[in-house]
Design a protein around this ligand. Structure first.
Ligand code: NDP
Length: 398
């Protein structure tokens, strides 16, 4: 029986609240807090059990500390935005509580996708006897756990990993993003980067592509991008020679993005307009559909997985470990589409591992540093079943 404070009432926050409320034996008391309390109240009204809600500006450490002291949670689940990570970690240390998030800290005025600021909290969390679990979403999150599982059970040595993220959902809009547009567009327009033989290699944004036959979805074109889990996996997977990340995009999405970029609408530096400072990407966010509104309109599936190359018992082996998730099935269950669902369910499962003691230890951890087995069992039990597909080894390395 544990008390959990969820911060952030967007698409992911809704899923986390629904999934925690489904397991009252683990999450006996829930408080959902966010900048706009009415969004928390709306989510609370959808649940079968009563939860508390609160208004909170998590940029203000003092506000979060006060709320933690009032509600006395065993764990804080941060599913606000990456800009709040450090302030919420500070509040957790001050109020003496464990911490979990789904995305690395981002400085507001620069797209970095780096763990260094959060890894710098290692000693503070250790000393306080508190745990911070970083990146407990799908990617990062489940993809890290898939790699840990492959290392523990499927391979003696892993040489290469390609993380493949396909969203084959259709929401019917010419252009919309499936999660927070600001974060999503920052990520997609950044320089491509992958890790090989100890070095980071860079490619122009979305310039390298491959076609992949995704189970239950079919052939899709995926583009090489940098993604934050590459940093921790390159560090923690022993013997690794190369790791890359790929995401699929449709032609229409890419055309819109190119135009928006060319006219300067994806910029994150403020510009002056009629005497006001405006960040173009934030203005664009205000024009685009709210990701939370895509749920009822989105049809189709997501397929996200890790294509892992290496050897087992002296033989070459290549496997694809993946999950397929159906947008409409997710909406029926928790009133959110699959992108929020595939992030919110692992956040709940990560929280469950900490609260049950299976994963709990002092310090700052990425997901692959912990035992994958209980997490993989819970994925199957809690709505994100996974499969391991043996792939032809002659394609290894491609
Ligand atoms: P949304 O934009 O839908 O929701 C963010 C929520 O955080 C909103 O309710 C917002 O409040 C709230 N918020 C923003 N600033 C503050 C603040 N200062 N204090 C308190 N609350 C605040 O985002 P998503 O739900 O789509 O994403 C949530 C997180 O999940 C993000 O960090 C995102 O990067 C991450 N993510 C991770 C993925 C993974 O696989 N690892 C995949 C997808 C997302 P308001 O409504 O008032 O604006």
């Amino acid at each position: 029986m544990s008390r959990v404070l969820i911060i952030g009432a967007g698409g992911v926050g809704r899923v986390v609240a629904h999934k925690c409320a489904q397991l009252p034996d683990v999450f006996s008391d829930i408080c959902l807090a966010s900048r706009t309390q009415s969004k928390c109240d709306q989510i609370a009204s959808e649940l079968n059990c009563p939860i508390q809600t609160a208004a909170l500006n998590a940029d203000e450490v003092g506000q979060t500390v006060n709320l933690i002291k009032r509600f006395r949670p065993d764990l804080v689940i941060n599913v606000a935005l990456p800009y709040q990570d450090l302030a919420i970690m500070d509040a957790c240390l001050e109020a003496d509580v464990d911490y979990l998030d789904t995305a690395n800290y981002e400085p507001p005025d620069e797209a970095r996708f780096e763990y260094k600021w959060q890894w710098a909290y290692q000693e503070k969390f250790k000393k306080a006897g508190r745990m911070a679990l970083l990146g407990s979403g799908f990617d990062p999150g489940v993809t890290n756990v898939f790699c840990a599982y492959a290392q523990k059970h499927l391979f003696d040595e892993i040489e290469q990993v390609d993380i493949l993220d396909c969203n084959a959902g259709d929401h019917g809009y010419p252009f919309a993003t499936n999660f927070n547009p600001e974060i999503n567009i920052r990520e997609v327009t950044s320089i491509g980067r992958y890790w090989e033989e100890g070095d980071w290699k860079e490619t122009p944004p979305l310039s390298v592509k491959r076609d992949f036959d995704f189970p239950e979805v079919g052939m899709r074109r995926a583009y090489l991008m940098y993604h934050e889990e590459l940093e921790s996996l390159a560090l923690h997977l022993k013997g690794l020679k190369r790791i890359r990340f790929w995401m699929t995009f449709g032609e229409s999405y890419l055309t819109h993005l190119r135009v928006l970029e060319n006219v300067g609408m994806t910029g994150i530096k403020p510009v002056e307009f009629q005497g006001q400072q405006i960040v173009p990407l934030q203005f664009l966010k205000a024009l685009l559909p709210d990701p939370a509104s895509l749920g009822p309109r989105t049809k189709g599936k997501t397929c996200i997985g890790c294509l892992v190359d290496g050897s087992k018992d002296g033989k070459r082996r290549r496997v694809f470990i993946y999950n397929v998730c159906d947008h409409q099935a997710c909406y029926e269950e928790v009133k959110s589409q699959a992108v929020s669902y595939t992030t919110g369910v692992p956040a709940m499962i990560g929280a469950k591992q900490i609260l049950s003691g299976q994963w709990r230890k002092p310090g700052v951890f990425n997901m692959e540093q912990l035992d994958p087995d209980p997490f993989m069992t819970d994925l199957n039990a809690c709505g994100l079943p996974w499969n391991v597909l043996e792939m032809p080894v002659e394609e290894a390395g491609s």
